[in-house]
Design a protein around this ligand. Structure first.
Ligand code: NAG
Ligand code: NAG
Ligand code: NAG
Ligand code: NAG
Length: 407
């Protein structure tokens, strides 16, 4: 089944980049301030994945992008990783968790929805080839070997069928001081900022993850709206320590507030959830959303895995961006509104039927009333800026005749 995730990390000081190149410099030393990692959509699972080249001799690791995980980890043995450039992370370093026995290698526990249980991994440092942007230009330069922390895990049978074919690990983008993201930021003195622009179409036209900065396009910066990121302190006890949280005050459909008991949202947060593709809503909220859509349209028989489907005709049949498609707004802290248009709220399952791209949480899942899924972020630029403690987003780029994977 399809799931999605998101994760992030710590706060670093932005140090002014002084690129004083003289004419005599033969080859300017690269000054990356943003790393750019391509993200593809997997057709079968609906997950988003990337591939990175690690070590020498190089191996390519296909990784699921998880906003909520902390590490870059993969099954090193399975891809024949035996790198001469890798160095062990010394025992006793931050992030090493070992027993009282004498330590030979630094090990860490990996927590992920996809592994079902906690896994032990060995931490190493090695070169990862990454594309990058410099402070002065939006040009994405060719790959640079970047020293970063990686977690090597042994083969684990239970996990593989959850991942898209060929992926052997996870790229975690969560809030952790000992993660892959943090190791890049501390080596290059760049701020803790992770941005995503997820593609809506499978194939070779990727979207991107940006580490340290964001997509540099003047036409898009004007579209960004912000809300505070909430500290994860109070959620740590639930084992949610790498996740990002925002306040969702209410939900509107075409500007009209959904009717459900808004105490459900009190003291609880919207967050990036458990590797969900479709946003998971607490049952009362989900039902209120279905009611609001049903008022405007004809219901149709549900098509698996969705539970509420409608006649495409009632949405104008031209494009899900059309004005007949209701706009869902998440009303967030400090009044920002995240408008969700048809391409992010409905899935066209056949010529005549579209289905609501949200899921109703069962009673075991509703620890949090809203878990934001990947589908709702496709073709939206979103930024987690830990230095400024804010979350920024553009809403659908399709409305501005662009996307996360233009061309
Ligand atoms: C990464 O995956 C994409 C899409 O599947 C593919 O086009 C590309 O060649 C892959 N890159 C490497 C280095 O394997
Ligand atoms: C790893 O590489 C070294 C040489 O760098 C070689 O001696 C060793 O046999 C290799 N190990 C495996 C498991 O391939
Ligand atoms: C990130 O993690 C640090 C350390 O656990 C925590 O103090 C901070 O509040 C977190 N930030 C966010 C936005 O979650
Ligand atoms: C997008 O393109 C359409 C048709 O080409 C045009 O009518 C519309 O004004 C454009 N919108 C923006 C925001 O550029």
């Amino acid at each position: 089944m399809s799931r999605l995730f998101i994760f992030l990390n710590i706060i670093f000081v932005l140090i002014a980049n002084t690129t004083s190149l003289t004419e005599h410099n033969l080859k300017p030393k690269p000054k990356p301030n943003t790393f750019v990692i391509p993200v593809f959509k997997d057709t079968r699972s609906g997950l988003y994945y990337t591939n990175v080249t690690v070590g020498k001799p190089p191996v390519v690791a296909n990784l699921v992008v998880d906003v909520r995980g902390s590490a870059l980890w993969f099954e090193c043995d399975t891809v024949g990783y035996n790198s001469t450039t890798s160095t062990p992370v010394p025992c006793g370093s931050p992030g090493c968790e070992q027993t009282k026995d004498k330590c030979t290698t630094c090990q860490a526990y990996l927590k992920s929805e996809l592994t079902f249980n906690t896994q032990i991994a060995t931490l190493i440092n090695d070169d990862v080839m990454l594309r990058y942007m410099s402070p002065s230009s939006a040009y994405v330069a060719p790959k640079l070997p970047v020293r970063a922390r990686i977690a090597c895990r042994g083969y684990f049978e239970g996990m593989m069928n959850m991942l898209p074919a060929g992926t052997l690990g996870i790229l975690g983008l969560g809030n952790s001081s000992t993660s892959f993201v943090s190791s890049l930021l501390s080596s290059y003195k760049i701020p803790f900022k992770v941005s995503l622009c997820l593609p809506s179409k499978p194939g070779n036209n990727p979207g991107s993850v940006y580490i340290g900065g964001s997509l540099k396009r003047k036409d898009l910066t004007g579209l960004l709206v912000s809300t505070p990121l909430i500290s994860n302190r109070e959620t740590k006890e639930h084992g949610e320590d790498y996740n990002y949280f925002i306040d969702v005050k209410s939900i509107e459909v075409n500007g009209k507030r959904l009717s459900f008991d808004h105490d459900l949202l009190k003291n609880k947060r919207g967050h990036w959830g458990r590797t969900k593709i479709y946003t998971l809503l607490e049952a009362y909220i989900y039902k209120a959303l279905v009611r609001a859509f049903s008022e405007k349209t004809k219901k149709r028989k549900a098509v698996y895995p969705f539970t509420d489907c409608f006649s495409y005709k009632s949405f104008g049949e031209k494009s899900l961006l059309g004005k007949e498609t209701p706009v869902i707004s998440l009303v967030l802290g400090e009044g920002a509104k995240w408008d969700i248009y048809g391409p992010n709220s409905l899935v066209k399952v056949n010529k005549n039927v579209v289905c609501l791209a949200f899921q109703e949480a069962d009673e075991f899942e509703s620890l949090f009333p809203i878990e934001i899924g990947g589908y709702q972020m496709e073709d939206n630029l979103v930024e987690f800026d830990l230095e400024a403690s804010k979350f920024s987003f553009t809403s659908s780029l399709l409305r501005h005749n662009t996307s996360c994977s233009p061309q």
